[in-house]
Design a protein around this ligand. Structure first.
Ligand code: NAD
Length: 292
């Protein structure tokens, strides 16, 4: 048996098209252009690439992109002043501060300073709290993208056993909340979980967000399960090159599961598409004068 490949790249392209249509309608209705400000502190190479891609996709969707590249020596006070300026700027509807920040800056303090209505990453405690209490806020992009792929693959998720591996604020915890919101029976596994293979074997839905190359083996997966691989790991390849692999042993999973996301081309493209969708949602909410 071979699992179905979940084509995140194609789904993300469709989502970006729908966002672009929504942006055009929003502009026609309000005369406003949704704007996304991305703040990058320091020279981290992977972050530079993400920020460049985000800017390009934002403009392609018909939105305004504002990039703020600050030196690694930027102080916390300077960063907080920029966040306050963006909070007050009516042309900016979404603010994203690229993580990780240099070690001398308190990440939590910076995230807390972002206006929750403009918090398109969904990391502010107000948005985390709204997600946890079933309210309507801005939802972190990566888990939102995973949920879209799951619903597209499975339809109604109600009653399914879901195991999320990883408990970060960025992926694992919000993913678990979203699945709970869809009436799954949710288990959050993490580095201290006993018998991880046994826990994963129960799952109709496995979401792996760990950061360990090919950790989840084929014999951990219940036959027919749907596997969402969030991990992005660069590993050595032939000829001194490197390649990207996920947290799931892909070939093994394809022999057992019902459906699997590839790495690359699965969850990754969904993250930026959901960021664009969140920016449009924030612009709509801000223009409508409602909190969310
Ligand atoms: P993180 O390091 O903050 O969290 C990793 C989690 O994995 C922790 O909660 C930890 O308890 C758990 N863990 C570690 N070792 C484990 C083990 N042996 N068994 C079980 N659980 C274990 O990472 P994160 O920010 O949540 O990201 C996870 C992965 O997802 C990374 O590879 C990251 O690059 C990737 N990621 C991808 C996207 C995307 O757009 N596709 C977005 C964000 C993160």
């Amino acid at each position: 048996m071979s699992a179905r490949l979940i084509d995140g790249k194609a789904f993300a392209a469709g989502l970006r098209r729908r966002v672009a249509e929504g942006v055009a309608a929003f502009k026609a209705e309000t005369g406003l252009t949704p704007g996304l400000a991305v703040v990058l502190v320091g020279e981290d190479q992977a972050s530079q690439i993400y920020v460049r891609n985000k800017g390009r996709e934002t403009v392609a969707a018909g939105m305004a992109s504002f990039e703020h590249r600050l030196s690694a020596g930027t102080t916390q006070a300077e960063l907080l002043a920029l966040v306050a300026q963006l909070n007050a700027d009516p042309a900016v509807h979404g603010i994203l501060v690229q993580l990780p920040l240099p070690r001398h800056i308190d990440e939590a303090a910076v995230l807390a300073a972002i206006d929750p209505r403009k918090d398109v990453d969904g990391f502010h405690v107000t948005n985390a709290g709204l997600l946890a209490t079933g309210g309507k806020g801005l939802v972190p992009c990566t888990p939102l993208g995973c949920l879209m792929l799951l619903e597209d693959t499975l339809g109604d998720l109600s009653g399914l056993e879901a195991v999320v591996i990883g408990r970060s604020n960025i992926v694992g915890k919000p993913m678990a909340q979203l699945l709970l919101g869809k009436s799954c029976t949710v288990t959050i596994a993490h580095s201290r979980t006993r018998d991880l293979p046994g826990v994963v074997r129960r799952a109709d839905i496995v979401v792996a967000a760990v950061g360990r190359p090919e950790m989840v083996r084929g014999d951990w997966i219940k036959p027919g399960a749907t596997v969402i691989d969030v991990g992005i790991n660069r590993v050595p390849a032939e000829g001194g090159k490197t390649r990207l692999v996920g947290d799931v042993a892909f070939d093994e999973a394809m022999r057992v599961a019902g459906a699997v996301t590839p790495v690359p081309g699965g969850v990754g493209p969904m993250t930026i598409a959901c960021l664009l969708a969140n920016t449009l949602s924030a612009a709509r909410a801000l223009a409508g004068g409602t909190i969310f």
